[in-house]
Write a protein that binds this ligand. Sequence first.
Ligand code: PDD
Length: 300
Amino acid sequence: MSRVAYVNGRYVPLDRPSVHVEDRGYQFADGVYEVIAIEAGAPVDEALHLDRLDYSLAELAIAWPMSRAALKVVMREVVRRNRITARGIVYLQVTRGVAPRNHAFPADVPPSLVLTARPLPAIDAAVVRAGVRVVTVPDLRWKRADIKSVSLLPNVLGKEAAVRAGAYEAWMVDETGRVTEGTASNAWIVTAAGDLVTRQADHAILNGITRRMVHAIAAEHGIRPVERPFTLEEARTAAEAFLTSTTSLVRPVVRIDDAVINDGRIGPLTERLLTFYLEHVRSAPPAPRPARTTDVGAAT
Ligand code: PDD
């Protein structure tokens, strides 16, 4: 089945060229994005993702491309047109728009909006539980990793290093020897004393929606996460480790470089948090029938 994208007011086949060569996203990485999971055809934690989009846009002084209500309608229409009735993901990108190349903000230019979506296989809990390996790389990013910017070159290089090493993810380490986060996920450990630790949501990390949900779910179950930086050495000698993201869920980390964690198996606290998080994802409300969308972009 051919996939359909939403590009600045139109639903178009994904392979039809439709983004202007002078889009500032293309030339300057001057834009932001969100990745939202679809479960049972409905967005998971949509409000939190749209709140974070609002934050990223505001920090970069980029206007909303349309109202929040209209964006929700477009998202559902992209999901429907790509026939995602079970699990999938939506990618949503807003850039500062199209203008002759000049670093300073252009005047009176509308932001560009692109949405794509694709189906994913159903979550295989056994595969998730099996865990993954991570390698470590220096954190080469700018000092505003809290903004979900499309400027992802250090993340791309880090993930490539992981793939080349046969690992799933790379954890980035700052110049003081502390783990910040993964290239596309947040990093967690359980210390030998049993503390659940993840870095505080400062400018050095993206405040993951999965991170926030896991934090909230843990607290609901009487588990109090400690938010503080942790060193690579602490991580290597941790009782348990895991990473979180929209697409990776709660994913046990069973090896960090050459250090084996918990004999290479999911730890008990990670197992509990994964179970709780899967319950949360699977309890997403069923998708409402999409409204007609002529008010937010011509159907093609
Ligand atoms: N990545 N940290 C970074 C650097 C990320 O890129 C992501 C998400 C996260 C986790 O955020 P969340 O729980 O909201 O997905 C943390 C997405 C999935 C991506 O770029 O594909």
